[in-house]
Design a protein around this ligand. Structure first.
Ligand SMILES: Cc1cc2nc3c(=O)[nH]c(=O)nc-3n(C[C@H](O)[C@H](O)[C@H](O)COP(=O)(O)O)c2cc1C
Length: 392
């Protein structure tokens, strides 16, 4: 197989991942929440935005470099935190982190990873961010923050859009519950995907046992065959801005709040001393009826963009989507599913292929719209909707 892996865009990688993974695992990665209205709207909102090319601009030395929290990165994207990425590939988190490091972009490790944060830091290198879900017992979360600090993570991403585990009925239908129960349906699903059975599940079973949440405190390190504290996902529904202020005191480096969907909340995050916000609806996996993050983005940039870095995610599948976000003032875009598809197809190589697809698409598009580099992107590269002032 050539280096393209037979995938020429992210949709191709998605199709390959669909074939490789058991249906239950694929749907867990790919789908949204409820009736998947947010998932559909994320794409539709990106597609509604049109570009406005500039003619006759020398673009022969195009650059995708950005600076974020004082660090230079090779491209304007970062790998988003995706819990259970270790089900895509054996130690999938390490594969993802290595691909990100090789491309010079940040990798965000999720609290709910199947490889411990220390092991990822040892094995991967590059710029590592750590995503935290605050647990009901804050002292346990604060200890996790200390571990991330000691392991050398450079930014803390606090996710605030999931105070309770979302519904996602398809996981129940597919038998993808935590506690994981073998049912006739999911066993036959796994048996008809022998490459996943032998390459992923068996490798865990023969080495470390059933995949489990390795960052959880010992004693709660739930194997996915056991219930973590009676809940499928340890999250807290009592989080407030006071918790963010405490985290600000504990974490000296870059602090980002993920899951912002209103300019008011970005201002409050800045008031608490956050260095960044990630405008996100969790890739359509939390509230099923929200505006698309790309639509909220300019409001957040206008309200708080001078006080903190504004990043965005949810639904970005093309280089053009990334270019649109940067033109609207985002500093970078987080990519969730696309790199997950890649890692499911071919581990590190597959994740690298996903990143390369974005790089090629962004590069070509910069030339096509007459933009010498991502630092030059602004609202004047976007066509104003009918009746609106261009470049406003
Ligand atoms: C399988 C999966 C697991 C995820 N787990 C987490 C998580 O543990 N923490 C978090 O903050 N976001 C999580 N997310 C959301 C992503 O960080 C990101 O917001 C979203 O995937 C972006 O949308 P995209 O997949 O369309 O790129 C997850 C997303 C997926 C697809």
């Amino acid at each position: 197989m050539d280096k393209s892996l037979g995938a020429y865009d992210i949709a191709d990688l998605c199709g390959l991942a669909r074939r490789r993974l058991p249906k239950g695992v694929f749907e867990f990665f790919d789908r949204g929440n409820g009736d998947e209205q947010a998932l559909i709207e994320n794409r539709a909102a990106l597609e509604r935005i049109k570009l406005a090319p500039h003619a006759l601009v020398d673009t022969s030395r195009r650059s995708q470099e950005i600076t974020l929290f004082g660090q230079r990165h090779g491209m304007p994207i970062a790998v988003a935190p995706t819990g259970s990425a270790g089900l895509a590939w054996h130690e999938g988190e390490i594969a993802l982190a290595r691909a990100a490091a090789a491309a010079g972009i940040p990798f965000t490790l999720a609290t709910g990873s199947m490889t411990s944060l220390e092991r990822v830091a040892e094995q991967a290198g590059g710029t590592l961010w750590f995503q935290i879900y605050m647990w009901p017992d804050r002292s346990l979360s604060h200890r996790l923050v200390e571990r991330a600090k000691a392991a050398g993570y450079q930014a803390l991403v606090v996710t605030v859009d999931t105070p309770v585990p979302p519904g996602r009925e398809y996981n129940l239908r597919n038998g993808m519950t935590v506690p994981f129960r073998f049912t006739r349906r999911n066993v036959s699903d796994v048996l008809v995907h022998p490459r996943w059975l032998t390459g992923v599940l068996m490798r865990y079973l023969l080495t470390t046992g059933m995949p489990r949440y390795e960052n959880y405190p010992s004693g709660m390190q739930s194997r996915i065959t056991a219930a973590p504290m009676g809940r499928s996902m340890m999250v807290s529904d009592s989080l407030t801005w006071d918790d963010l202020r405490v985290l600000r005191k504990l974490w000296p480096q870059a602090l980002m709040v993920k899951g912002i969907l209103h300019a008011r909340d970005a201002v409050l995050a800045a008031d608490c001393g956050a260095d960044g916000v990630i405008v996100s609806n969790h890739g359509g996996r939390a509230v099923d009826s929200t505006r698309a993050p790309i639509e909220v983005l300019p409001e957040v940039v206008d309200a708080a963009g001078k006080r903190l870095a504004v990043l965005v995610d949810s639904g970005f599948r093309r280089g053009a989507d990334v270019v649109k976000a940067l033109a609207l003032g985002a500093k970078a875009v987080l990519i969730g599913r696309a790199t997950l598809y890649g890692v499911a197809v071919a581990g590190q190589e597959g994740a690298a292929r996903a990143i390369e697809i974005y790089r090629d698409e962004i590069d070509r598009l910069l030339a096509l719209i007459g933009c010498p580099g991502v630092a030059h992107l602004g609202r004047d590269y976007l066509a104003a909707p009918a009746g609106m002032d261009a470049g406003a």
